[in-house]
Design a protein around this ligand. Structure first.
Ligand code: ARG
Length: 458
């Protein structure tokens, strides 16, 4: 059979053009969505009497047969039929005869393809929300174990103040919580139905768009047919949210790489999540977090790619829009793969409490606390800061830490110091007194964990 649109043409399509313009190589991923959209459309056509009920039923049976074949991977899509929409229509006509040609009544590939992508992203978004929760659960389970495990907290990657390891990990829980909220919110717009907009201007047939929305589970219908067929905001939004998610994954991955280095040794990733070197037998490389960090690049690229495609496009449909798909699939699949690995990798990592503890004993991250100590004794903070700066310099020069200095040594800098300074400087104390809401004290972290648990839907 020749092209579905062959009537107006006098020549065969150039083979290179055929390949260049075809999308079947990638949009076959939309086969299920395409069939679901067609099923709803034809059911509505039958109900509205736009095509005879028996014809609608024949088409429905035919589509269901094709769906089974697709599920069993039994169909061969062909490049001559350009895209998934025409491939399926062709298969249908082969399956049930010319009556299959009635399916496309009152519809265009333009509203059809947009509908397929809305359906695709609805499924993916819902799946991703679950996968994010799996990572959140993994974070929570480690956090619960490590409320009292102390780790240096950094600013500028310089030791700043000690924090609970749970607190550090939980920061990522909340990033992911916002990502989940963003995905949930985007569903509102994913749930706008384009179908029934025709090529761009609507249709001459008395269709019932509400009915199609109801069958397909859409919340609302695009009120403007031109917007409906050319809108790709919902994909941009998905790619943006995906980029933010990857930013979070990448930041965490970077920390895992640093923490598992010989220099830090704060954590050890499970052997099953690492790989070796073909030449250096001693190596255990954190390939998974490195690759998660690396894959962030392609996800950003997909966003910038589509933004660029859309910029300057006149209304309504333009073939440029076919470029919306590969990036969308790639982002969805990259996110899926990344989140699936991240959860068990976090769950199985070993936390080297003693190494973290040793790090804290050997730094000046309690310096703020002696400054606050002098402030409580009445010294203005600026002056206290100056005094402590001098003490730190003195300690560094004499190869000691703040807890190693004698009271006599402290008195050289201020008469306000008393024996209780040593309690104030103990890392546990330093952490416990940061008891403001959202702070790193064990008490606050336990509260935080409760709030976090309430956010999980499963
Ligand atoms: N394969 C096309 C796409 O993905 C489907 C829509 C084609 N519409 C058209 N008027 N050529 O964008």
């Amino acid at each position: 059979m020749s092209k579905l649109w062959g009537g107006r043409f006098t020549k065969e399509t150039n083979k290179l053009v055929e390949e260049f313009t075809a999308s079947i190589f990638f949009d076959q991923k939309l086969a299920k969505e395409d069939i679901a959209g067609s099923l709803a459309h034809v059911q509505m056509l039958g109900e509205c009497g736009i095509i005879p009920k028996e014809d609608a039923e024949k088409i429905i049976d035919g589509l269901l047969l094709i769906k089974e074949k697709v599920d069993r991977n039994e169909v061969n899509f062909s490049v001559e039929d350009e895209d998934i929409h025409m491939n399926i229509e062709k298969l249908l006509i082969e399956q049930i005869g010319p009556v299959g040609g009635k399916l496309h009544t009152g519809r265009s590939r333009n509203d059809q393809v947009a509908t397929d992508m809305h359906l695709y992203l609805r499924t993916k978004t819902t799946e991703l929300i679950k996968l994010i929760e799996d990572v959140q659960k993994a974070i929570l389970s480690q956090a619960k174990e490590h409320v009292e495990t102390l780790i240096p907290g950094y600013t500028h990657l310089q030791r700043a103040q000690p924090v609970s390891f749970a607190h550090h990990l939980m920061a990522y829980f909340w990033m992911l919580e916002r990502d989940k909220e963003r995905l949930l919110d985007s569903l509102k717009r994913i749930n706008w139905l384009p179908l029934g907009s025709g090529a761009l201007a609507g249709t001459t047939f008395p269709i019932n768009r509400e009915r199609v929305a109801e069958i397909l589970g859409f919340e609302t219908i695009y009120p403007n047919s031109m917007d409906a067929v050319s809108d790709r905001d919902f994909i941009l939004e998905f790619l943006s949210i995906g980029s933010i998610i990857m930013t979070h994954i990448s930041r965490l991955s970077e920390e895992l790489v640093i923490w598992s280095s010989q220099e830090f040794q704060f954590i050890e990733l499970d052997d099953s999540f690492c790989t070796g070197s073909s030449i250096m037998p001693q190596k255990k490389n954190p390939d998974v977090p490195e690759l998660l960090r690396g894959k962030t690049g392609r996800v950003y690229g997909n966003l910038v790619g589509l933004l660029t495609v859309l910029k300057g496009l006149p209304l309504a449909y333009n073939k440029d829009l076919q470029e919306d798909k590969e990036g969308m699939f790639d982002t969805a699949e990259t996110l899926e793969g990344s989140l699936k690995l991240l959860a068990p990798m976090i769950e199985t990592m070993t936390v080297n409490k003693e190494v973290m503890r040793k790090a804290i004993n050997n730094d000046f991250s309690n310096a703020t606390d002696i400054a606050d100590y002098l402030v409580r004794k009445g010294l203005p903070f600026r002056e206290a800061h100056e005094v402590i700066g001098k003490i730190v310099l003195y300690a560094i020069q004499s190869g000691k830490f703040l807890l190693d200095l004698s009271l006599d040594e402290y008195h050289q800098f201020s008469g306000l110091f008393e024996e209780d300074i040593y309690d104030v400087l103990a890392p546990e104390h330093v952490v416990a007194v940061r008891n403001s809401f959202g702070g790193t004290s064990p008490e606050q972290i336990r509260e935080q964990i409760k709030l976090a648990e309430a956010k999980l839907t499963r």
